[in-house]
Design a protein around this ligand. Structure first.
Ligand code: KIV
Length: 276
């Protein structure tokens, strides 16, 4: 308990936006995970994860809510600060919670909190065509932005459940158009959740910035999963794209190393984790 932070050396330089961009250019898969506290952050970092997200999924896996809607900026700041203390190499991204970016000025104020108080290096927001001006405003103030497209869990009550997005070609084309506009507005990463493989592939090919997928198929630049899902902590039904990495391993660290390896050698996701 007292030694874990000091014991970790800095054998590799910390990941930054340029590292992630270079990985895309070289075709090296980017391994990403969520984390919510310092102890798991140490493990996730030690396993070689490139990017760690303090997701508003914390509302579900930490706080026990049914959705991410109740999560506040204070909640994310708190968890992000704890995760930041556990990371040495991985790039830290923090989620902007529901209604914390309803206007450009509100978004800027809350993004600054996540970076200054939470130690985040980038913020993530669930963005569509309606968020282009917000991404532009943040980028104009040098706030690194990850735009989240596809299934946007904060909109669960509007869309009527957690459903695969972009299944028909009109919706898929719209998503591709919005992804390009978000990139042009200054987004540094696009995260795609729950879309068919073909949509993940088309958006990844069309963008210069890295595309990270969760249930977006194998042809994206990187994969992300919710930590508690892959460590078999989440009880009940997990989404189709989840693989339980704890099942074949004795310790959480071994399971996390297996996840990073599977992302790097592209053995995850396999067809049973994909939507086509
Ligand atoms: O909040 C979260 O954990 C996320 C993941 C689903 C990527 O946004």
């Amino acid at each position: 308990m007292y030694t874990q932070l000091e014991q970790r050396g800095m054998s590799e330089p910390p990941v930054n936006v340029s590292t992630l961009r270079a990985m895309k250019e070289k075709g090296e898969p980017i391994a990403c995970l969520t984390a919510y506290d310092a102890s798991y952050a140490v493990l996730v970092d030690s396993a070689g994860t490139d990017l760690v997200l303090v997701g508003d999924s914390l509302g579900m896996v930490i706080q026990g809510h049914d959705t991410t809607v109740p999560v506040t900026v204070d909640d994310v700041v708190y968890h992000s600060r704890t995760v930041a203390r556990g990371l040495r190499r991985a790039f830290l991204v923090a989620d902007m919670p529901f209604m914390s970016y309803a206007s450009p000025d509100q978004a800027l104020e809350n993004a600054v909190r996540l970076m200054q108080e939470g130690g985040a290096m980038m913020i993530k927001l669930e963005g569509g065509a309606g968020q282009i001006d917000i991404v532009e405003h943040l980028a104009a103030h040098d706030i690194p932005v990850c735009a989240h497209l596809g299934l946007k869990p904060q909109s669960v009550h509007k869309i009527g459940g957690f459903k695969v997005q972009g299944r028909d070609s009109k919706k898929a084309k719209e998503m591709l158009g919005v992804a390009k506009r978000l990139q042009n507005a200054g987004a540094d990463i696009v995260l795609l959740e729950c879309v068919p493989n073909e949509v993940g592939k088309a958006i990844t090919k069309a963008l210069a910035v890295p595309v990270i997928g969760i249930g977006a198929g194998p042809d994206v630049d990187g994969q992300i999963l919710v930590l508690y899902d892959i460590l078999d902590i989440t009880q009940g039904r997990t989404p189709k794209f989840v693989r339980n990495f704890q099942a074949d391993h004795n310790s959480p660290l071994d399971a996390l190393r297996a996840y990073v390896k599977a992302v790097r050698d592209r053995s995850y996701p396999s067809p049973e984790h994909c939507f086509s």
